[in-house]
Design a protein around this ligand. Structure first.
Ligand code: NAD
Length: 254
């Protein structure tokens, strides 16, 4: 089906001040989307939603949601749908890093990383897709990482790399089932982006070191990822599904 005149994009992990999610939410608002801001802290989510509404003059709604908790996800998306126009796009951006080396990682830590980074996008996609399929139109974008194809090799190690590889599998498998019902599913795999996810380890020195390993000679910005997500949720991107796009400054290529 064609896009409705008024449409909502739900962005998870959108309350982080310097995060990819927040910048993506702002980019989508600038393109006229109503925006649902979903993050762990309901107060932070609501205040970011208000700021975006004020800055871009679009309808927004902030909701607290632990993406790893299916009840919270289902209730949160119910709330979004009761308050905003038709849900057309989801950007699954919430995620956590994990630098623990393989021989040291404990079961609880492993589960947390897998739960947030993989079960999270699954729960959000499943709930959102139920609505999208009913309308026969939808766009879902997941966030992987260069860590998935590289097997780590960045700040985060095995648990994270494994979860993100799972996200790429989730992307392809959900694309196969949902695309015939009007819902495309794609994935963006960022290289190093200048956010707070590396727990304060991304010093200027470390950034220069990383930049030296990238063909374009700089680390990425949140906007570099937001613009790719923005394209993948447009109406004109309807022929693209099940794909993973590397946005990594030339860190590696296929
Ligand atoms: P960030 O830490 O700034 O943002 C992550 C956001 O997710 C935060 O607002 C956090 O509160 C939220 N979040 C964490 N756990 C959550 C949960 N259980 N439920 C709901 N929200 C939760 O990090 P970022 O760098 O903006 O990362 C965004 C995404 O990009 C992540 O999926 C990350 O793995 C991915 N990524 C980042 C980089 C990078 O270099 N920054 C590289 C590759 C991939």
């Amino acid at each position: 089906a064609p896009f409705p005149a008024e449409k909502t994009a739900l962005v998870t992990g959108a309350a982080s001040e310097r995060g990819i999610g927040r910048v993506t939410a702002e980019r989508l608002a600038s393109e006229g989307w109503a925006v649902a801001v979903a993050d762990l802290d309901p107060i932070a989510s609501k205040s970011v939603a208000e700021a975006i509404a004020g800055k871009f003059g679009v309808r927004t709604y902030g909701v607290g949601m632990n993406v790893a908790d299916v009840e919270q996800v289902n209730a949160g998306i119910d709330e979004v749908e009761a308050n905003l126009p038709q849900l057309v796009a989801v950007a699954n951006i919430a995620g956590i890093s994990n630098p623990t080396s393989y021989l040291d990682i404990k079961p609880e830590e492993w589960d947390l990383v897998l739960n947030v980074n993989l079960r999270g996008p699954h729960f959000v996609t499943q709930r959102a897709a139920r609505s999208m399929v009913a309308n026969n139109v939808g766009r879902i974008v997941n966030i992987s990482s260069c860590s998935a194809p590289m097997g780590g090799g960045t700040f985060s190690k095995t648990a994270y790399s494994t979860a993100k590889a799972g996200v790429e599998g989730l992307t392809r498998a959900t694309a196969r089932e949902l695309s015939p019902m009007g819902v495309t599913v794609n994935c963006v795999a960022p290289g190093p982006i200048d956010t707070d996810i590396m727990g304060g380890t991304l010093s200027d020195e470390r950034k220069e070191e990383l930049a030296a390993g990238l063909l374009v000679g700089r680390v990425g910005t949140q906007a570099d990822i937001a613009s790719m997500v923005n394209y993948l949720v447009t109406e004109e991107a309807s022929f693209i599904t099940g794909q993973v796009y590397d946005v990594n400054g030339g860190l590696w290529f296929r």
